[in-house]
Write a protein that binds this ligand. Structure first.
Ligand code: FAD
Length: 409
């Protein structure tokens, strides 16, 4: 690549930005990351899927993650009233990792960022990207430091990994509403005090609200005796709690389910409940003149299957592959080699999310006499292998779910 100050400029040092930096550095491409916040910083999105382990391994980021001692994770539990089903991700159709971690993101993201710094990426913190201009043979990016001073950087190519900041979709006016409706989440961390005999800390637990199947709660145990606790619901559902504080609302919602209430009876919030809403989003195009969008800066579906970090990693892997070819003068097609494969996996998750809220997925998940091969195929998708086109579920997820739904009545 040309004579700009850096080959590739990455906006955001979250999972997508750091994994992209690691891929490019391995190819000898120079990288600078501009990150708005000062790390460590809080982020939601704590339950990883096993597919992420493969990408951490490919980018030589896995060892420090293993050494950090995060909570081991081998599956997911789904509950609705007295029904419960457990998926063990080690029993799945696709080859590859069947385990992963549940991570406090302040620590996890800091590990990835310091690893890519040590591999040669310059990471500038408290650097907020505000503007871009196309210049001869490159792009100029204007950013503000923590004191409000303006700086600029020139680059061959921008990877926007700014998450919900969605810097380029906003600047280039290519945001598009999601196909999913507005939902809102309340969450906190709790010192959970759950006796080890009563709960498998190696699994995320997703509980459907007993009175409203559109509302669900997550419990994600960490290694230090705390857990992430949250709820997702529509604004209409929250209206019944008008006048209550977010702490009171989350407590009411979680304690409506007797199993969860029992688990949480000794729990104490580590901080006041936070909220995020309207997070589902999409874009008109995932790439354009000298840019591509990674992770949440492109599309975010819904948290129910913990697919966010997996999609962020996969988008970085695919985009860096195309970019490396482009920089080395080989044929590179962003539509065929980045967008189409990426959307293949996202659409598999989208089919699962749509079926979840349509109420057709839970009966399939909970159906007791499922063929073990079908269970393994579903388990693969839940473990993040949504790009394994050998899996009949991935080949046409909607059709597969429709067929299985008929058999699970
Ligand atoms: P981020 O992790 O958001 O990183 C983006 C970075 O860009 C941030 O550090 C930000 O400071 C920086 N930035 C923003 N604007 C600018 C700017 N102007 N200039 C410079 N830097 C900027 N995913 C899972 O995998 N598992 C889960 O269990 C899970 N649970 C979730 C629960 C909820 C309620 C929600 C809403 C999401 C959940 N997710 C989960 C999704 C997950 O949070 C995201 O998909 C994931 O963090 C995306 O990574 P990213 O790298 O794209 O963006």
């Amino acid at each position: 690549p040309g004579k700009q100050s850096v080959d590739v400029l990455i906006i955001g040092a979250g999972p997508a930005g750091c994994v992209a930096a690691a891929y490019l550095l391995e190819q000898g491409i120079t990288v600078k990351i501009l990150e708005k916040s000062q790390f460590p910083r809080f982020s939601i999105g704590e339950s990883l899927l096993p597919q992420t382990m493969e990408i951490l391994q490919q980018t030589n980021l896995l060892q420090p993650v293993i050494e950090a001692g995060f909570q081991y994770k081998n599956g997911a539990i789904f509950r609705w009233q007295d029904e419960q089903v457990e998926f063990d991700f080690r029993e799945k159709f696709s080859p590859g990792w069947g385990i992963t971690y549940q991570v406090q993101r302040d620590k996890f993201d800091s590990i990835l960022a310091s690893q890519v710094e040590s591999k040669g990426a310059e990471v500038i913190y408290q650097a907020t990207v505000k503007h871009i201009d196309y210049i001869d043979g490159g792009v100029r990016v204007a950013w503000y430091d923590g004191d409000g001073n303006v700086h600029s950087e020139t680059t061959q190519f921008i990877l926007d990994a700014s998450g919900f900041g969605r810097v380029l979709p906003k600047l280039l006016k290519i945001e598009e509403p999601s196909s999913l409706p507005f939902r809102q989440s309340l969450f906190t961390h709790v010192i959970d005090q759950i006796p080890l005999t009563r709960f498998d800390r190696n699994k995320i637990i997703i509980t459907v609200h007993p009175l409203d199947t559109q509302t669900w709660m997550w419990l994600i145990p960490f290694a230090d005796g705390s857990s992430s606790l949250g709820a997702v619901a529509t604004p209409e559902f929250y209206q019944q709690f008008a006048g209550l504080s977010p702490d009171q609302m989350l407590e009411r919602i979680c304690h409506a389910d007797s199993y969860l209430s029992n688990l949480l009876k000794g729990a104490r919030n580590k901080y006041s409940v936070r909220q995020i809403g309207g997070y589902s989003s999409s874009v008109q195009s995932y790439y354009g003149d000298r840019y591509a969008l990674l992770g949440n800066a492109g599309e975010f579906l819904d948290p129910v299957f913990s697919s966010g970090v997996t999609i962020a990693f996969k988008s970085a892997q695919l985009a860096c592959d195309v970019l490396t070819r482009q920089f080395s003068g080989e044929p590179a097609c962003w539509q065929q080699q980045f967008v189409e494969p990426l959307l293949g996996g996202i659409d598999t998750f989208r089919a699962f999310v749509d079926a979840w809220y349509a109420g057709t997925l839970l009966p399939i998940l909970c159906y007791p006499n499922k063929d073990p091969d079908v269970t393994a195929m579903i388990s693969s998708v839940l473990a993040g292998y949504a790009w394994d086109t050998r899996n009949p579920v991935v080949q046409d997820a909607r059709k597969f779910l429709r067929l299985i739904s008929g058999l699970c009545q």
